[in-house]
Design a protein around this ligand. Sequence first.
Ligand SMILES: [Fe+2]
Length: 511
Amino acid sequence: MNRRSFLYLTSASLMLDVARRRWASPAMARRLAAYPFQLGVASGDPAPDGFVLWTRLAVDTTRGDGGIPPTPISVRWELATDASMRRIVTSGIATATPELGHSVHVEVAGLAPQREYFYRFMTNDATSAVGRSRTAPAPGAKIDRLRFAVASCQNYEHGFYHAHRDIAQTDMDAVLFLGDYIYEYRSKDRPRVHTLPALQSLDDYRTCYAQYHADPDLQAAHAAHPWIVTFDDHEVEDNWAGAIDRDGSSPAAFLPRRAAAFQAFYENMPLRHTSVPTGPDMQSFRTVAYGQLAQFTVIDTRQYRSDQPCGDNFKPSCDARLLESATMLGATQETWLANALATSTAQWNIVANQVMVQQLRQQRNGRETVNMDQWDGYPAARTRLTDFLAARRPNNPVFVTGDTHQTWVGDVKVNFDDQKSRTVATELVGTSITSGGDGSMKNRFSDANLADNPHIVYNNDQRGYFLCDLTPRAMTSALRVADRVTTRDGQITTAAQFITETGRPGVHLAG
Ligand SMILES: [Fe+2]
């Protein structure tokens, strides 16, 4: 089976059906009530010699415990160089424990760089679908192209995952997922329904992930490519900041919920053991390198930030916003980020970021407002970052960003109030996979608001994702959008393409 036919199979979710049929064993039926790989398979955080393999056992996707008995279960994993799993190169046994939601995280090492591999899991007589992954190139290797998707914000209730189907059918090296993998609240009058009310307990969060993972298009996208994932706010709660929740509860009241949310996030993502949470704390910022061509620097803009000033969301500015002590990354991570960029020798420095870096001034009720949850709420921290980029000039910084449920493509300026000031980076704010429902031009920024933000090159309110192609000479980013997500028959097309040329910070429309 070649790669194209493999991608076709995963996208059609036929592999799961094949795997289910293979599992029709009376012996297994006595042990578990049903097929235990209903949440699919995934891989993540590629390195030159390996990646993480993930699955989580569940026979019932409507329950937090997956309907699995509360005992450890041995799971065999196999890695091969062919999709039909004939040429096995390594294998092993992992233990899925109830303490970690019967998830399996295998950190495979010792593989060849820049190479495609296939994997699957087995427990007793049940065999999972086959996933495909790919190692990163050797350190310093001169590769001439890299393709990745930038995705975020996949509210299950708001629509169908046509964008994930498209990602599954498209050949690429990796998927960056920038947060809002789940949503903790319930919506009304939407095309799909969460089985749970608002999430609070570990069992709630586990159940929510099980429902998301049961989606065939999402499973196909995970099975087709390695993912590099991080969280934003809705994996825990809307607009949380550090130890403070949206309503300003005490840390003592909020942190147990954060601990439950982080544990469920770890259990459900292809993350390395370095991200196993310790109570309410979870290590997420990290780098993933692709030879000499690119370094992905994943940052965490939630866990260490100071509270939003002046109230959440779009508000007029207030004195608290201008405090020098305000922080988006926390002191430790700010130093780490500066070091990661200053020491990077990669040609492209892709910063996987959650909330919009660019300034976004908006007139509301005759007053100028900015979104206090974005970097706009923390201008002193943003200036420290842009001043650093201006002074140290790491190679070709590009922020890829989630959160806003719209596409914003623009130039990151040293001073956003002076369009003539230096451009130090490009930012691509990807839209959402589904969050917000079908796009509406009335939600798009008005021409008057865009005129207040001249660094912005493009704005779009449709759902979708970015497909980015890197070469030593340029980054070309295609905005892939769905005509609708509220019905099962949505179609994905390219709305626009954007180019950033090496050595020239900033972005322009192609063609
Ligand atoms: Fe979101």
